[in-house]
Structures are given as C-alpha cells and as structure tokens.
Design a protein around this ligand. Structure first.
Ligand code: 5GP
Ligand code: MN
Length: 340
C-alpha cells in the first residue's frame, strides 16, 4: 500500500523553505556537508539524506564529521571524512545541517566557511542561519531530517530506500520515538508515507534501543542512585565524572538517553546532567516538558537547543560548573514562576 505525500499538499512554510534550499543546492558544487560536532541521530540522518540528494542532483559532495559517527549509529551506510584535508576535492560550497551556531562546527570548518558559498538547514531555536546563499531554520519542526525529506520532494526525489531510512532515523531520534512535543501531524504524515513505502520503523527503533553494554547498565545504575532532587523536587541533577566511565567500563556515548530518564520522575520540571569531558571542561544537558524553557537557561550559559532539550559547554571544573548550571536553572524557573 502506498500513501502519497505530494509536495503541493505540504504547508506553505515547508514548500517555500524546501524549494529555496533545492534551488540553492542546484547552484552549488563540490559541496562539503556537515552537521554539528558530536553528531547525534538527526545530524547523521540529515548528512546521509543530503548525500543521497546531492548524488541524485549529480553534484560532487563529501560528508564530513570531525568527530566521526558514534558507534550506535554505525548501521547507517554513510561514509564521512573526519578532516577537511581528506576531502576528495577543494570545496566550493558547504551545506550545514542541524546546526546554526558556528561554535558547534569544527574549528577547521568554521575557519573556512566565509570562503565558501553556504546553505544552512536546521530546526534549533535562536539562530538566523549560517548560510550566505540560503537558510532554512524551522524551529517548530521535529528534526532536520524532516526538513531534508521535504527538500528531497522539492527535488522530485521519491522518499524510498536509503533516503527513507535516513529520514526515519532523524525523526525517530529527535522525537524520542514519536513522543516529544514536536511530534505533530506533519511528522506522523511523513512517517506514514515512509512506513507505507516499506521503511521498517520498529526495526529501526530496535537498533537504537537494544544496544546497552554491561558498562552502560552499571553506569546508569550508579548515576540513578547519585541523582539529587533540588528545589522541592522540581529539579533533578546528576554529575558524571571521567572516573565514573573508567570504573564502570562505559564510554561517554553510553550517556545518550540518560537525562531523558531523569525527566521521567513525577513532578520534575527540569532534568540536568553535567558531564566532565576534561578536568576543566564540562558538557551539560537539560530537559523539560511543556512550557518550561530550558533553551533559555542554556542560552544564558552560551549554549542552546530547543525549548524542552538544550545543552552547552562550560569551561570550568566540575564543582564550579555545577554552581553555574544550577544557578542558571534556578534563575530561569524563578522568572517563569514570577510571570505565571
Ligand atoms: P544534548 O543535551 O543531547 O547534547 O543536546 C540537546 C540539544 O541542545 C540538542 O538539540 C543540541 O543540538 C543542543 N545543544 C547541545 N549542546 C549545545 C551547545 O553547546 N550549543 C548549542 N547552541 N546547542 C547545543
Ligand atoms: Mn536535530
């Protein structure tokens, strides 16, 4: 059974955005395609989808991720260069995906971006876009891969085979399996089209879900015990040290999905995870539900993301980073509560 998704039936904002990107891509060649550093499911999915679109358009292109593709996404058939020096050509254009913050690109790409014609497609809050040729930043959409699906349709490409699988990966990843607040009728409509065309979404979820190592289980058990309830249990906080990974036999990739589990505690408004990356550098992840805006808290610390999922980096040792992070969360909750 097929379920059609004619381009003309998409909302005007998707048609206009996708057509603008399709036109810009037609004018590009020797394209380096990049997502954000520390690629996640949507970033890798968007990269893979872009590769298939550019290939169909007959363009020379290379996929690039300075931090590679994490092991848990290695089932996606996309080959990436990890250095601009290893591209098969001197790039003339850049397609930047799932990122509109130059600080989240590799330093080498950020440095050469002004010399390239650039196109940007993203769904994060708080940026105008990094492209000098075209930008499509659509924060209310669920995934950058969703937007790339519409770009493919604008290029008259059917969403099937590897392209369908890539789009499905991005949507499943960034909606947390069709759960997050961005999962609207357009996401379901696209997913129905993909599933009716033969894309096996349950199998994809299984690949993403059934991948725990013993080390990950030990680490999560330790961190669940350690998590602290603050501000009348409206905030849950957990800090992870480098030695936790060593002692549990886990890797930093094993933290993917943990902060979402903290958010499940009844009554919690903000779940906060602070991860030591180096002795004086920490990454934080914030999650909320509904109107509570963690993007604003993250932005006050030079991070960003979405209203209910945001993150950032603090160039501080863990105890100082913890103070800054908790203060930003408390300030945000105080100001939201004062307004209500
Ligand atoms: P995570 O907590 O999973 O690393 O990221 C959650 C969301 O926040 C993602 O959409 C991610 O792209 C965004 N994010 C994470 N770290 C940063 C950062 O340093 N800067 C910005 N602008 N966004 C970030
Ligand atoms: Mn995304």
């Amino acid at each position: 059974m097929s379920v059609e998704l004619p381009f003309e039936t998409l909302p005007a904002r998707f048609q206009e955005g996708a057509q603008c990107i399709a036109n810009a891509l037609n004018r590009c060649n020797r394209v380096v395609v990049s997502g954000h550093i520390n690629a996640d499911g949507d970033s890798v999915a968007s990269l893979a989808a872009a590769g298939l679109i550019l290939c169909a358009l007959g363009k020379e292109y290379a996929l690039y991720s300075s931090t590679g593709i994490p092991d848990y996404l290695s089932f996606i058939p996309a080959t990436v260069c990890t250095s601009l020096k290893s591209l098969p050509f001197a790039p003339r254009s850049a397609l930047i995906l799932d990122c509109c913050d130059i600080g989240r690109l590799s330093a080498e790409l950020a440095a050469c971006l002004p010399k390239l014609s650039s196109v940007n497609v993203d769904h994060h809050l708080g940026g105008e876009g990094l492209g000098n040729l075209a930008n499509w930043v659509q924060p209310e959409s669920a995934a950058t891969a969703q937007l790339m699906a519409y770009v493919a349709l604008a290029c008259h490409l059917p969403l099937e085979g590897r392209l369908a699988d890539a789009v499905a990966l991005g949507i499943v990843s960034d909606t947390g399996g069709f759960c997050h607040s961005t999962t609207d009728e357009h996401v379901f409509r696209l997913a129905t089209h993909l599933a009716a065309g033969g894309c096996n979404i349950p199998q994809l979820r299984e690949k993403l879900e059934a991948r725990w190592s013993v080390g990950q289980m030990r680490l999560w058990a330790r961190l669940m015990r350690r998590s602290l309830l603050l501000r009348n249990a409206s905030v849950i906080f957990c800090a992870v040290r480098l030695r936790d990974f060593r002692e549990c036999g886990a890797t930093k990739e094993d933290m993917e999905g943990f902060v979402e589990q903290l958010r499940r505690l009844r009554g919690v408004k903000v779940a906060a995870l602070l991860r030591e990356e180096k002795p004086s550098l920490c990454k934080f992840s914030l999650r909320s539900f509904g109107a509570t805006n963690v993007q604003a808290a993250a932005a006050s610390l030079n991070g960003g993301g979405h209203r209910n999922a945001a993150g950032g980096t603090l160039r501080l040792a863990l105890p100082q980073a913890r103070i800054s992070l908790l203060a930003a969360i408390m300030r945000r909750l105080d100001s939201e509560e004062a307004r209500n």
